[in-house]
Write a protein that binds this ligand. Structure first.
Ligand SMILES: [Zn+2]
Length: 485
């Protein structure tokens, strides 16, 4: 295929039996024997969070609380006296017990330590961090709103620090063929950092910002939707519950491994409707609401049903982020209401063993649904939820198609696997549609934006076990070469 690009858009497409040729106004790039696809979109990530993950100590591979402390002791930190780290996951530890603050206090008596659990919904902190956040906890394990409070006590990152995080994330993404991300939970305080990079042509990827709405952040800071080629304020983001790993996902039936708990519902349907209608009145066109447990999914679906009946709610983009456990009756309603299910296939791969503990067999049947969503007519957009997982669509496609958990050798609930073509759509055209941009992105077509990825192997014809080994040879964003192997 030979593609001619003019002013960032595809001007012409010609046949080319030898591979891929890209012609821009100033250059010609040849990639013999390769295949060209629309650039990937990661429909759910956290740009600043991933940059932070790249800069801060990672606890992802630790196998004990002691090992976490060892990693923290060996890391270097800024002067402010705060240590932020991410990624611990007690379900991967020997013994599998949640840690407590004692060991942190022993090694860090004066420095405030905040170690985020891998799901970002709970944290392990020491007494100094509790003192500075004016919180009290006998264990040093904080959930949801308390975790938010301790994070809010930390010093604000400077514009330069934010921009370092953004460019690090963007540079990582283009290496994986990602040309656009839907950035979730964007603080109004970060927006200038994105805008300034975009205006200087220094934003490596396109970013659709979904601004925090849980505490009306966008409204309080006077942030309104705005368009832009590389950075767009696209929508608002709410949370209706927590996460399965932290047992804060809101379930209809109690947790299998804690019969006293139904998880934490953070917003009622009425609260969701009120917050969303305020956003619609201000002109926001894309509404994203996080729901992991089936009780949260029920409440969000109820709210979306009401919102669809509002005069300005009938044709906006409504998205359920994660949609991790959804009852059969709600799947049908989501399809009928044209709701986008924004799903992260790699979560199933990482979560399988943990989910089997947390959920009973009925809940399990409704968990990590992919094929049943598509079969029911639900719209699906795919992402990774970086920094929780890595932004890597080929890993996501491998998860979608083979669904083999880490450490396992066969598919997990293989009835939910989807095809390579469906997976590619979820990471391209369907993803763009979930930000209302499907009319100009997500397809190699004349008139479409020249957001393109060149791969060394065709995912639609290679063996499924080779999907994750496909190499990205080049990534073009708006016709500009942003990565070349
Ligand atoms: Zn997320």
């Amino acid at each position: 295929m030979e593609v001619h690009i003019e002013r960032g858009r595809i001007r012409a497409i010609l046949p080319n039996a030898l591979g891929v040729t890209i012609r821009t106004e100033s250059s010609v790039f040849n990639f013999p024997g390769s295949v060209l696809l629309p650039g990937f979109v990661d429909s759910h990530g956290h740009v600043i969070g991933f940059g932070t993950r790249l800069l801060q100590p990672s606890l992802h591979n630790a196998t004990s609380a002691e090992m976490c402390v060892e990693i923290l002791r060996n890391a270097t930190f800024p002067d402010e006296g705060w240590i932020l780290a991410m990624g611990w996951n007690e379900t991967n530890w020997i013994g599998g017990r949640i840690p407590d603050k004692t060991i942190l206090d022993e090694y860090f008596p004066d420095v405030a330590v905040v170690a985020m659990r891998v799901d970002g919904h709970s944290s392990w902190v020491n007494s100094e961090a509790l003192r500075r956040a004016k919180l009290d906890s006998s264990t040093g394990i904080l959930y949801e709103t308390e975790t938010q409070r301790v994070l809010a006590s930390m010093p604000e990152p400077s514009l330069e620090e934010l921009q370092k995080c953004i460019t690090l994330t963007g540079d990582y993404c283009v290496q994986k063929g990602i040309t656009e991300v839907h950035d979730m939970d964007v603080s109004p305080r970060w927006i200038d950092a994105f805008r300034d990079l975009a205006e200087r042509g220094a934003l490596p990827i396109r970013v659709q910002s979904f601004v925090s709405a849980q505490n009306d952040e966008w409204a309080l800071q006077g942030v309104l939707p705005s368009g832009g080629e590389f950075h767009r304020l696209a929508g608002t983001k709410l949370y209706s519950d927590g996460a399965l790993g932290s047992r804060t996902a809101a379930l209809l039936e109690p947790y299998n491994d804690d019969p006293s708990s139904l998880g934490t519902l953070l917003l009622t349907s009425e609260q969701i409707v009120a917050k969303v209608s305020k956003a619609l009145d201000a002109g926001w066109q894309c509404i994203a609401v996080h729901a992991i447990g089936d009780r949260a999914a029920r409440k969000v679906t109820d709210a979306f049903e009401t919102i669809r009946r509002l005069p300005n709610g009938s044709d906006v983009v409504l998205r359920m982020e994660h949609a991790q456990i959804v009852s059969e009756s709600d799947v049908e309603r989501l399809a009928r209401l044209n709701v986008w299910c924004s799903i992260q296939p790699s979560h199933a791969i990482s979560d399988a063993a943990m989910a089997e503990q947390r959920l009973n067999s009925i809940q399990m049947k409704n968990a990590y649904r992919w094929k049943s969503f598509i079969d029911a007519g639900c719209r699906v957009a795919a992402g990774s939820d970086f920094p929780i997982e890595l932004p890597d669509p080929l890993l996501g496609i491998d998860a979608f198609v083979r669904r083999i958990p880490h450490g396992a050798n066969h598919s997990w609930y293989d009835g939910e696997c989807i095809t390579v073509n469906q997976s590619l759509q979820a990471f391209t055209s369907w993803g763009h549609q979930a930000a209302d941009l499907g009319y100009r992105r997500g397809s190699v077509e004349v008139g479409f934006d020249a957001d393109l990825v060149v791969l060394d192997t065709n995912p639609t014809t290679c063996k499924p076990e080779n999907l994750s080994g496909i190499r990205v040879l080049a990534t073009f964003v708006a016709g500009q070469l942003r990565y070349c192997l």
